[in-house]
Design a protein around this ligand. Sequence first.
Ligand code: ZN
Ligand code: ZN
Length: 454
Amino acid sequence: MFKFTKDFNCCKTVSCANFGLSNRNSDSYIQKSERLGYLSIECELCGSNPPWISNSLVKNLIAEKLELQFGQKVVGCKKCSPYYFMMATPDSKLHGFTSAGTQRKKCTHCGGIFTLPDFKNIDALKQVLNSVTEKKEVKAAIQESGLSARLYYFYLNKLSLIFSNFSRLNELQLLNREYLGIHSEGRLLSLNHQRALYHLFSVEIESGYVLLQSNNLTKLAISEAAVYQETTNTLAANIDSDNIETVLLARYQSNLKRNHFEQLLIGSVKPLGRSSAIYPDKVAYTHFQLLKAFTDNVQRHDHFIEHESTLRSAALMSSYAAIKNGSANVFYFLPFLSNAGKLNGQPLGWWNDIWFSNEIGAFSSITRKYKTTPSFKIKKGTAIESYHCYLNNNLNKNINSMQVVNDLSEIYRVLYNYCEDEGGATAASQLGLVQKCYQPEQLLALAIKQLSNK
Ligand SMILES: [Zn+2]
Ligand SMILES: [Zn+2]
């Protein structure tokens, strides 16, 4: 079982001897330095000042989002294996039936007895699925379904759990791979009434399969300082130019205008009811730690991240051990289709990052110095943009509940992966997880069948 990073306050300069070492393992740090006008950990070896991170806040966010993304299991012994990917589910044996006639099983490891999922009222699940695929307003959907509002949301959550469990079970196949390439970018998703969500998305690079999405909402009781309340927008946007060097330099420039490099702000946005919005840097640290679920089990992995300083630190901390032993690389990647201003190892920006470009975009390795163009496995750079468009087109803009946002996002992630046909194939079939493209109702039937037999 892998472990999440506990201490994020360390040097993030890959070439520095202090890289990734916490305060306990190095005495060449100045804790909580204010030399540059913001709270930082100062590395005395390389002179860098990474912003100070509240480890306890990130730890609590990881716990909350871990439960959402990989917990809530409806199959197997939850005592021995509460989360997908983190520990294998032990075998179990048939163990009679409940008084209602549902199959019970006994865990061969701890002897615990559990009941197999029994999905009652499949018609209600189908109705809710229909309202989701037809993008119905929730009020109208509830009226048409004949369900009470409480029951409608109950089945929406059930549908999300069925799809989530189905997809995580399928994704376990990825852990047997020798290599995994992941591409991650952040996006703002606007809702009505000045509400908006900051999302981080990660897709597998050859298929565009959406592995993980994290938003900036939390139900945790967090300190006032941790609650997002800003009016400035420091998101680095691509300027309108067909010259890739010009675009990259403008992105560096917008990063340099910040108070510090991880100060990623999204302008003035209102949080959704009964939840708090957190800062995008905390979303990044949390999201990339959760990605360990996929990367820690494969032999080699590459991470292609948006050209954004905040993601850089979070991605490095997530793959730290693998970077050290040479089995992981992190690249900046900017999808860019125009071939004007081809880059062939040019140093660019404040840090003189070395950039290369090919027909799908520009790349710069954060973890290794390349002298010639490295060969990249990434096939298309637009997968995250497609998924973001899909989510933006489908997600109801009147939502004002974190629970509903989470349920719907997860349902859409799975529908996108398994049902959206692009040139005769879905992301899931390209990734080799399934053989064909499913209609949403077929997918629901398949998921229920698969889960009921586990
Ligand atoms: Zn250093
Ligand atoms: Zn058990």
